[in-house]
Design a protein. Structure first.
Length: 240
């Protein structure tokens, strides 16, 4: 039985036979609550570490927006597509498809590009280098198509981005921008949406049990490291 440490990664459904449409087992509630607490505290920690935009130089503010754009504009749909390829439950599939439709139909990459242009923060070569290694780690993690860790990573990111948008918008305002469509669209705090993501996670855990040694928080931790680099910057690695 799950014993309070969400990193133990032990789930009691391994070996159970289930159809692709599953009723989320009630036994899972304690585990899910513990996992959700861990995700929430990771989000709280990241947000608490953000600097005050008013205290940053213009170049620091530009750099954060540029590195965020360098990561999200070209990768978020790839991450979601990886998640779609990995999952098996109807709950997770429909949630991811809904998100992908919105991303493509409303062209969120274009929305983000307009946000960066208006803040004079289009990523430069050095912005791309600054995030390269941490972004590569997330890409390779997604490429392993491991369903439960990926869905958990998505749940973490969805929760994070809603609360990060106010900070991103403030950076842009300090840079003289009034283009806020991207931050307005992504800054809506949607409790139902978050609950649905955790329901998807529970369904996926039931249908694709993870091995005991699997770190289900691996992707979330890689993404946290990447977000730290977005905010703090990193020296460009040597080209050789
Ligand atoms: Fe989006």
């Amino acid at each position: 039985m799950f014993a309070g440490n969400p990193r133990a990664g032990y789930f009691p459904y391994k070996g159970e036979t289930m159809s692709l449409t599953v009723a989320v087992p009630t036994l899972n509630h304690l585990e899910m609550s513990s996992i959700q607490d861990h995700v929430d505290s990771a989000i709280d920690g990241l947000l608490a570490s953000l600097p005050d935009p008013a205290q940053l130089t213009s170049e620091c503010r530009r750099g954060i927006i540029a590195r965020y754009s360098a990561v999200l504009e070209g990768n978020f749909i790839y991450w979601m597509t990886g998640a779609y390829l990995a999952v098996r439950s109807d709950e997770a599939r429909s949630k991811i498809l809904e998100n992908l439709h919105e991303e493509v139909r409303d062209s969120h990459p274009n929305m983000l590009r307009k946000f960066a242009i208006a803040a004079n923060a289009v990523p430069t070569e050095s912005d791309n280098w600054a995030v390269y290694w941490d972004l590569t780690n997330v890409r390779l993690f997604i490429g392993r198509l491991s369903a439960v860790p990926i869905v958990l990573t998505m749940a973490f990111f969805e929760g994070f981005i809603q609360r990060f948008m106010a900070f991103l918008a403030e950076l842009a305002q300090w840079q003289g921008s009034t283009e806020m469509e991207y931050t307005d669209v992504h800054g809506v705090c949607d409790i139902t949406h978050t609950q649905e993501l955790f329901r998807s996670l529970a369904a996926e855990m039931a249908i694709s049990p993870v091995e005991q040694e699997t770190d289900i928080f691996e992707g979330m931790d890689l993404l946290r490291t990447l977000i730290d680099t977005i905010v703090e910057g990193a020296p460009a690695p040597a080209r050789n």
